[in-house]
Design a protein around this ligand. Structure first.
Ligand code: ATP
Ligand code: ZN
Ligand code: MG
Length: 318
């Protein structure tokens, strides 16, 4: 199939007139996203989902030759695995924990009385052994480690999960619950870096074929607090994270639609995961934000899917 060229430069097709409806408003008006009353928590239409599903299939085709092991987890994980993963060191502000009522009949009556009076009813909620998954790859490291040392060729996993991050926003591209498709590579530094390199190319080609203007940039994770500043600088200086950015909300602040992460031996040492020769395993992952790519397509090709360029429709739906 002949690939279409990206629009010239990092431009948005139509600038939003000041004071006019925002991109988010227009998505609501067209029914593509559905309000829930919470910023970053949306229902989606059948049309929106048809794009998400087509992207998911496209990403499967891109990785088909490598024979990745497919695993799917629910959008929650074990609290103890989450604690061990180190997520709370870097991103305590984004974490979502599942709390539940553990009281008796009297406690129940108190809750109902609070609801009736419009006062806080959550005082009796207690943390459970379940937390929300922050990134699709988090549940897989303990699973891989439990199998023992990696085979000589390492391992490759194909994951997809709803992910939760407590980052409410009016930008439709920053949701609190969204779907992330990931490939995760575990092995030697050479193996995982070669994986990341090849996905940088494949991801770029995929997004070009979808007619999206893009740039690959060095990036850092939004580590929390003052100590986080140092971690972020370090991550950038060492070239550990790259993002594929597409202008969606604005040209000045383009949106990360794919990310390419080299964790070095962070998860290997955290989870006691070893290479065949006994050395600590290195890991890398490529993440595709399924809603973000869908929103980028809607922003650049318009809110009417039937009117999208034929070449883009062919890429998605054959
Ligand atoms: P950002 O820099 O915009 O906060 P990120 O770098 O934190 O995003 P990653 O942690 O690398 O994102 O997550 C992998 C992918 O998941 C991103 O490339 C993006 O496409 C998607 N993603 C991340 N956060 C969100 C969100 N809040 N809403 C929708 N998609 C998201
Ligand atoms: Zn990951
Ligand atoms: Mg980022």
């Amino acid at each position: 199939m002949e690939s279409i060229s990206s629009p010239a430069g990092d431009v948005l097709p139509e600038d939003e007139p000041a004071g006019g409806p925002t991109f988010l408003d227009r998505l609501f008006d067209h029914g593509l996203l559905v309000r829930t009353g919470v910023d970053g928590l949306y229902g989606r239409s059948g049309g929106f989902e048809s794009v998400v599903n087509a992207l998911d299939r496209m990403i499967t085709r891109l990785g088909a030759a490598e024979g990745a092991e497919v695993l799917r987890f629910p959008p929650a994980m074990s609290r103890s695995a989450f604690e061990r993963s180190g997520y709370l060191k870097g991103f305590p502000n984004l974490a979502g924990t599942v709390h539940s009522f553990c009281g008796d009949a009297r406690g129940h009556a108190e809750i109902l009385a609070c609801l009736e009076a419009g006062t806080d009813w959550t005082g009796q909620q207690e943390a459970t052994d379940v937390v929300l998954t922050p990134a699709a790859c988090y549940p897989v490291y303990p699973v891989a480690a439990a199998r023992g040392a990696l085979p000589a060729a390492g391992r490759l996993f194909d994951l997809q999960s709803y992910c939760f991050r407590r980052e409410p926003s009016l930008e439709p591209t920053r949701m609190q619950l969204f779907r992330m498709r990931e490939y995760v590579r575990m092995g030697s530094p050479e193996q995982v870096l070669a994986f990341r390199e090849s996905w940088l190319e494949r991801g770029t080609a995929m997004m070009r074929d979808l007619g999206l203007p893009l740039a690959i940039d060095a990036a850092n994770d939004p580590f929390f607090g003052r100590a986080g500043r140092m971690l972020a600088n370090n991550q950038r200086a060492q070239g550990l994270k790259f993002e594929l950015n597409v202008p969606v909300n604005s040209v000045d602040k383009p949106t990360a639609c794919l990310s390419f992460n080299y964790h070095q031996d962070h998860f290997g040492s955290t989870w006691d995961l070893h290479q065949a020769d006994g050395a600590v395993a290195h890991t890398a992952c490529v993440g595709f934000g399924l809603e973000r790519i869908t929103l980028a397509l809607l922003r650049h090709h318009g809110l009417d899917l039937a009117a999208w360029p034929e070449a883009v429709r062919a890429e998605l739906w054959g």
